[in-house]
Design a protein around this ligand. Structure first.
Ligand SMILES: [Zn+2]
Length: 148
């Protein structure tokens, strides 16, 4: 029979391949069906021994870990960049809103000052009007008194 993993010819009913250590199926298969099911890499390239299953899965695990690490790092960098952008946007918005608030406060102050000035003008005008009224009334009263 042949190893189902590396295709090396091994003793029939052998549990594990002496070449690669792969566990063999309990039912012994004919050489024809074995080679038909799994084309042997050892046959096509006899000088290059296939990697044992354990080593291959170990390599896979390493590459998987590296891939996961790259993904995590990429995600971290992406999140950092995104977070940085959000912080920058927030800072810019705060600056804009601060500026807007300052402008609004300035406008409000100017409006209040203008209102006060207008009020003062109105009061002054009213006072002037009242003074004129009083003067006219006094003049009329004196004129009446002066009459015979
Ligand atoms: Zn083998």
């Amino acid at each position: 029979m042949f190893c189902t993993s590396c295709g090396k010819a091994i003793e029939p009913k052998t549990k594990f391949c002496p070449e690669c250590g792969a566990k063999q199926a309990d039912v012994p298969s004919s050489p024809v069906s074995a080679s038909a099911i799994s084309p042997s890499p050892a046959m096509s390239a006899p000088s290059r021994p296939a990697l044992p299953v354990a080593a291959r899965s170990g390599k896979l695990a390493v590459w998987g870990a590296i891939g996961a690490l790259v993904l995590v790092m990429g995600g971290g960098v992406g999140y950092w960049g995104w977070n940085n952008k959000v912080a920058r946007d927030e800072a810019a918005q705060k600056l804009v809103s601060d500026e807007a608030a300052r402008k609004l406060a300035d406008a409000e102050q100017r409006r209040v000052a203008a209102e006060k000035a207008a009020e003062a003008v109105e009061i002054k005008a009213a006072q002037v009007l009242l003074a004129k009224h009083i003067a006219v009334e006094e003049a009329e009263a004196q004129a009446q008194v002066g009459r015979p």
